[in-house]
Design a protein around this ligand. Structure first.
Ligand SMILES: [Zn+2]
Length: 279
């Protein structure tokens, strides 16, 4: 199942104190906490066109254009190019995660969603802000503007989780869609009558348990929060022995990693949707 066993060690617009302290991360970094993410499959999140493949991040970067102003970017992939150009379908394998032993970071996927392919903030001959790969950086990687006073959302980066939730079912959740409790879910979850409403109960989380999905609510795609507390991903599900569906928070802020002020940078995913063919 897509995403199971992964942990978002640094979320969108959070601070990664051990890599770039003081700067807001432009992506979501997916790790396997008690293993190695190297070799894990990386799949296109939606139909689109590959518009960039290259660079050494380390590992190549692939960028897929989904609409005029919507791109997904996958960084730290391995060097065997599965797809270099052309159309890709949702769920199509792009590559695998680069297995790393460079000492800078454990193997992980750096996953961005943005409104642009290139931007004057970090690309071209006179980028506005410093970044890792220097002037005339290839279009794709121009990422993570260092020391920028602006929030990434002000420059066109988007919260990937919120974008995917917003676009998953644009005309309501169809009959038969389920969510499943993730392998690394927390032990319990609170049940609410409305997103962010008062709890009406709680239930244990047993990995692999499936629930019927009724509705999704997420935070804004251009969220301007600066910690994992900005993540809002609510699923309305049907649970046994309850007359009415309840809401659960699927993306839970975690202090596994924190910013310099102690606010959470990590996000634990408790529920995953089973909407994609083949799961
Ligand atoms: Zn990253």
């Amino acid at each position: 199942m897509f995403g199971d066993g992964f942990f978002m060690r640094h979320g969108f617009a959070t601070e990664n104190t051990w890599f770039n302290p003081g700067a807001w991360h432009t992506a979501e970094d997916y790790y396997v906490l008690d293993g190695d993410a190297g070799g894990a499959g990386v799949y296109a999140v939606a139909d689109g066109e590959v518009v960039f493949a290259g660079f050494d991040y380390p590992g190549p970067v692939v960028i897929v254009r989904h609409a005029e102003d919507l791109y997904s970017m996958y960084g730290h992939l391995d060097y065997d190019l599965a797809v270099e150009s052309g159309s890709v379908a949702r769920g199509q394998l792009l590559r695998t995660v680069l297995g790393r032993d460079d000492g800078r970071a454990p193997s992980h996927l750096h996953f961005e969603v943005r409104r642009f392919l290139i931007t004057p903030e970090v690309n071209g001959a006179a980028p506005r802000y410093g970044f890792a790969c220097g002037p005339n950086c290839a279009p794709g990687p121009g990422y993570w503007p260092i020391d920028a006073p602006e929030h990434p959302a002000a420059m066109g980066w988007l919260n990937p989780t919120h974008v995917m939730a917003t676009r998953a079912f644009t005309s309501g959740v169809p009959e038969g869609v389920e969510v499943v409790v993730a392998q690394d879910a927390g032990e319990r979850t609170e049940l609410r009558s409305a997103p962010e409403g008062e709890p009406v109960g709680e239930m244990p989380l047993l990995p692999g348990t499936r629930y019927k999905l009724q509705d999704i609510m997420s935070g804004p795609v251009d969220s301007t929060e600066t910690s994992a507390e900005g993540y809002q991903l609510w699923y309305q599900i049907t649970v046994p022995n309850r007359a009415k569906p309840v809401w659960v928070q699927a993306a839970v802020p975690s202090t596994h990693d924190t910013g310099s002020h102690g606010r959470p940078s990590s996000v634990r995913i408790d529920f995953l949707p089973l909407a994609i063919a083949g799961e």
